[in-house]
Design a protein around this ligand. Structure first.
Ligand SMILES: Nc1nc2c(ncn2[C@@H]2O[C@H](COP(=O)(O)OP(=O)(O)OP(=O)(O)O)[C@@H](O)[C@H]2O)c(=O)[nH]1
Length: 194
């Protein structure tokens, strides 16, 4: 079975739940006392998609303003970006739109964009209507999903939707994301940097 490596970065304002989404996806756990990311952190997870294995190389960027200038290192060469906002914070949705603009101007031309409206378990405190976010996502041809890292809602779905949008590898494997024949199952790994 072919293995494809897909670099994915998470972008968004601090506190929207980027790290929590990654932890839920990779470790299937949620830490209510998770610390803000410093610089960026890196995790991988391999999942089967149709007749391929997709190894997600996930860069979780820090949302704090002082780390903003580092972001291009992580979205450069990415097959996909997951831009996260908090459905209870209108400001975080405006920040998301700025990330979309930045990706358009400086990101890889064919990058798959996924918008995740996180913390949908807090719908009583909602500030961003789901329809507004969905309409915006449709207008930029982005994947849209509301998620809850806390309650494990729609987390795997984000990555499945990304897999669906990654172009099928051609015979030479020359498509976004490296493809090669799998000799043995890749092991999962985790490290942090900066
Ligand atoms: N209720 C609820 N809280 C969440 C959810 N996801 C994350 N949180 C909480 O939101 C806070 C911030 O989560 P993080 O995952 O650190 O957010 P981040 O976007 O990675 O923040 P930075 O690392 O600073 O960029 C933490 O207190 C989490 O427990 C969710 O789906 N629901």
């Amino acid at each position: 079975m072919a293995l494809r490596e897909l670099k994915v970065c998470l972008l968004g304002e601090t506190g929207v739940g980027k790290s929590s989404i990654v932890w839920r996806f990779v470790e299937d756990s949620f830490d209510p006392n998770i610390n803000p990311t410093i610089g960026a952190s890196f995790m991988t997870k391999t999942v089967q998609y149709q007749n391929e294995l997709h190894k997600f190389l996930i860069w979780d960027t820090a949302g704090q303003e002082r780390f903003r200038a580092l972001a291009p290192m992580y979205y450069r060469g990415s097959a996909a970006a997951i831009i996260v906002y908090d459905i209870t914070k209108e400001d975080s949705f405006q920040t998301l739109k700025n990330w979309v603009k930045e990706l358009r101007q400086h990101g890889p031309p064919n990058i798959v964009v996924a918008i995740a409206g996180n913390k949908c378990d807090l719908s009583d405190a909602r500030e961003v209507p789901e329809k507004d976010a969905k309409d915006y996502a449709d207008s930029i041809h982005a994947i849209f999903v509301e998620t809850s890292a806390k309650n494990a809602i729609n987390i795997n779905e984000v990555f499945i939707e990304i897999s669906k949008r990654i172009p099928v590898a051609d015979a030479a494997g020359a498509s976004p994301g490296k493809a090669f024949k799998l000799g043995r199952q890749a092991s999962e790994s985790r490290r942090t940097c900066c």
